[in-house]
Design a binder for this molecule. Sequence first.
Ligand code: C5P
Length: 224
Amino acid sequence: RVAPVITIDGPSGSGKGTVASLLSMRLGWNLLDSGALYRLLALAASNHGIDLANEELLRVLATHLDVQFLPAEAEYSQRIMLEGEDVTNVIRSEYVGAGASQVAAWPAVRSALLLRQHAFRQLPGLVADGRDMGTVVFPDASLKIFLTASAEERARRRFLQLKESDSDVTLGSLLDDIRKRDARDTQRTVAPLKPAVDAIQLDSTVLSIEQVLGRILEEVAIRD
Ligand code: C5P
């Protein structure tokens, strides 16, 4: 029997990562944070001095990327390892995020990461979050969610997250970054950010994380 998949796609700051993580724990299913793969690739490229414009070298790097996702334990979210080093926090920086968005624009990189993403599909099931989970990577998913939030709200959330660790950051510059990244992610020719035709759209500007999770669990119950 092939494992069922729930996909959660949307822009960064929509809350999809948190929702996906909570949902996977609630259901006891596996979790794929696909954005982390692009972030890991960008970080590895930076560590090895590989130019983000070099599609062929990035493809090779993506094929051989030495990464590990250690499952969440109790209240801790999953730990992410690159070449044996814990990079869980490092990959969340604005710098790595911007690099991720650049490497993600290369078709050869996306197809190199496809098999790796399919490998996460194991029983009893998978919750996958990203930009193209429902459209490209798992088009046969049993439930597809597209989670949005206004750019202003996403900038505000990011600001609250970052202000402790990064005192230089301003709300205005974050809003600017978010708009640029949205434009790059929605306008690229390969796997642009857009809802699958059969996706359920939820807006977390007006819904709390608990409410979003509740709505998704209702949909899961209907399908069971
Ligand atoms: O979701 P997250 O912010 O971690 O993703 C980082 C970057 O990786 C995004 O800006 C996007 O360009 C890229 N990405 C993607 N496809 C995915 C997940 C992430 O292109 N499925």
